[in-house]
Design a protein around this ligand. Sequence first.
Ligand SMILES: Cc1cc2nc3c(=O)[nH]c(=O)nc-3n(C[C@H](O)[C@H](O)[C@H](O)COP(=O)(O)OP(=O)(O)OC[C@H]3O[C@@H](n4cnc5c(N)ncnc54)[C@H](O)[C@@H]3O)c2cc1C
Length: 374
Amino acid sequence: MTAQKSQVIIIGGGATGLMLGCLLAKRNVPFLILERNQTVSQHSRSIGIHPPSVSIFREIGLESELLRCANKVTAGIAFVESKMMGEIDFSSQKSEYPFILTLSQSVTENLLEKQLLKLAPESLIRNATVQKIDQKQDIIRISTSDGAEYSCNFLIGCDGKNSMVRESADIRFEGIDYPDTYIMGDFEDNVGNRNEAHVYLTRNGLVESFPHGEKLRRWVLKTDTYIDNFDAVFLATEAKKRTGKAPDVSTNCMLSSFGVQKRIASTFRQGNILLAGDAAHVVSPIGGQGMNLGWLDTAHLAGILEKPDSKSFDKYAKLRRRKAIIAAKRADFNMKMGRAFTSVFLKKIMVRLLLASPIQSKLVRQFTMHGLES
Ligand SMILES: Cc1cc2nc3c(=O)[nH]c(=O)nc-3n(C[C@H](O)[C@H](O)[C@H](O)COP(=O)(O)OP(=O)(O)OC[C@H]3O[C@@H](n4cnc5c(N)ncnc54)[C@H](O)[C@@H]3O)c2cc1C
């Protein structure tokens, strides 16, 4: 069987791989995406889309559709127990997009796939599980589980946190498992203000609620241990106990629990193999930046794949790794703030300090991912 050739092959057609495909199509760089799943994942995992990412959606011609589908969050309201302490005003930032967009990851990936197929109709090969990668000098050979073969000059691993590209390139994935665990659920929004995200710091641990899409609100609650099996009534009762507010259980449409990890690849490059997205870095979802960090990788990568050279690859690997370390530190801070505490008095003082003006502007920049672009 003869191998299908392309200058660039992207392994993984999740949020990162689909975005990279759209960016390469815009630049007329020949590429293929190999994706093992038959369709886009239906799980709503990520909902936050930050200002630097909206600029990338503009570049691929998807800005107006994204703005039409997504919800705009302009303020984060902070509570200690059920007392409102103040707000972080995202609309105060000097940015073309003074808000955080919220949209279910499955809807976002569907938008990206539709755009990719418009820009490069033959580029996405689904049901293609990559099993073997062999890098010899300037040619990389790839085989999939159905016996198909491919070859390319540059291979990009966008195949998620258990990346086989990373493993086959012998790149270590260093980091820790945090003790923190959470439950989350999507419900119809009964809180009201669609532009506000609510963050409750309570003695029993964090509760967050974010409006997303057209009418939903995502509730996230910190738990003492990993809870595998729970129902909407459990989540709502716990939320009510901690905050005085609860979602309407009859409108529940997604429930899930998750633990948290931090992992960063020891290098983002090995020869002509490069990593992007969760294959390169996994940061805590509290703060909602993992997917966006992957998109910022792709914005850098697409530029250098237009005129590839070894120096630019090294620069990509160093710079994006540094940015991932910064993002991981920010996520770490957000997560620690949400841990259970004993002194409400001290927590209130700390939150007041954070909401005071000079620190607040810094927080706004951090929450909206400014400074993490290349
Ligand atoms: C609960 C939760 C909430 C989150 N919230 C946010 C948020 O609000 N904001 C944010 O920015 N991030 C958030 N994240 C993180 C975000 O979901 C991930 O960072 C994002 O999905 C990473 O995208 P990716 O394309 O790099 O990897 P993935 O989404 O893991 O995609 C990898 C793709 O590669 C494919 N693949 C894997 N192996 C192979 C193979 N051998 N051959 C072919 N294909 C393969 C997979 O099928 C998959 O489609 C959240 C995560 C969780 C768990």
